[in-house]
Structures are given as C-alpha cells and as structure tokens.
Design a protein around this ligand. Structure first.
Ligand SMILES: [Fe+2]
Length: 203
C-alpha cells in the first residue's frame, strides 16, 4: 500500500520576520502569497512525491543532489530545489538590510572591486536572467566570490557550491509591487533588504 506521507515529512519553515517587515520594497500581500502559497506548495508537493521512494528520509540537500542526476525525477528536483531556495531566500533578506561592512565588505571589495561594482554586476545578472529563476552571490571553488544565475528551480546546491545570498527573480516575488520593473526591484532589494550579516555567516 503506498504511503501517503514520507517518514521524514518536510515542514514549511516560519518566516524570520513579520509579513509586513520588508515593506515598502516587498508588500505584506506579496510575502503572504509567496511564503504561504508558493513556498508551501513546493514543500507539500515534495512530500507527496518522495513518499515511499528512495528519497524518503534524505536531507533536502541530498534529495537535490540525487534528483539532479535523474531526468525522471525532475519533479522531485524542482520541488526540492524550490523548497531549499525559498528557505535560503527568506534568510537572505532583513527588514533593515543596510550596507555591507567588515569581512563581507572586504570580500566584495577583493572579488568585485567594490560594493557598488558588486551591486551593478548583481543587478545586471538578475535582470538578464531570462524568465523565472534566481540570482546568487556564491563562493567559488577558488575562494573568490562570484555572481551566478539559475533558471527555474535550479540551485548552486546541485552544483556543489555554497551560496551567500539569493534573490528570487520569479515574477511572483515582485510583480504585485513592481509589475514588469525587475531592474528597480533588484536595485531596491540590494540597497534595502540584502541581509549582509547572513551573507557573512556563509562566507
Ligand atoms: Fe519564489
């Protein structure tokens, strides 16, 4: 008899702040739909898909890495990737993000030539990501920071890289507040919401 629930069911992580804490850049309405509907649906679907399979009982990162190697498990990859990416995204923002300082500022300086240079390059990459996806600040294998983008549910975790920060550039992340103005959203996200103490912890 098929199981209707995995042994290790994933749960939707709570937001680290109130729904309205990121206003005016991201409205309470956007946050409540994004977290309570989109993110919740990825977690629920993942639980449904892994019940009774070889994925049941694995950590989320292990599910992502295993499913990345199997075309038939694309749906598991997509929902596991989105569950991980969203959890990381909520932590990548803070109500008063402010400007990078200390070790993370030094790392941005040495990898990109300065904070402004980093922001310009990140914004450009996020805007150039065609369709749905993510923009990431990651630590490369050479120890330098770099900017990457991924499509849909893809994630640096699938490629053995540890991200420092993630910006969701799916339209569901900004459309109610910025409509088609992704460049403005990403600029405000970097200037007002990026969580530099979280980024520094991931260094
Ligand atoms: Fe999203």
């Amino acid at each position: 008899m098929p199981l209707d629930k995995p042994k290790n069911a994933f749960t939707l992580p709570a937001l680290p702040y109130a729904d309205n804490a990121l206003e005016p850049v991201i409205s309470a309405k956007t946050i409540s739909i994004h977290h309570g509907k989109h993110h919740a649906a990825y977690v629920a679907k993942l639980n449904e898909l892994i019940a009774g399979t070889a994925y049941d009982g694995l950590a989320l990162e292990e599910i992502i890495q295993k499913a990345a190697k199997s075309e038939k498990d694309k749906a598991i990859f997509n929902n596991a990737g989105q569950a991980w990416n969203h959890d990381f995204y909520w932590q990548s923002m803070a109500p008063k993000g402010g400007e990078p300082a200390g070790k993370i500022k030094d790392a941005l300086q040495s990898s990109f030539g300065g904070v402004k240079e980093f922001k310009d390059a990140f914004q450009k990459a996020a805007v150039a990501q065609f369709g749905s996806g993510w923009a990431w600040l990651v630590k490369g294998k050479d120890g330098k920071l770099k900017i990457t983008t991924t499509s849909n549910a893809d994630t640096p975790v699938a490629h053995g890289e540890m991200p420092l920060l993630a910006a969701d550039v799916w339209e569901h992340a900004y459309y109610l507040d910025y409509q088609n103005r992704r460049p403005d959203h990403v600029k405000d996200w970097l200037d007002k919401l990026a969580n530099w103490s979280f980024a520094e912890k991931n260094l």
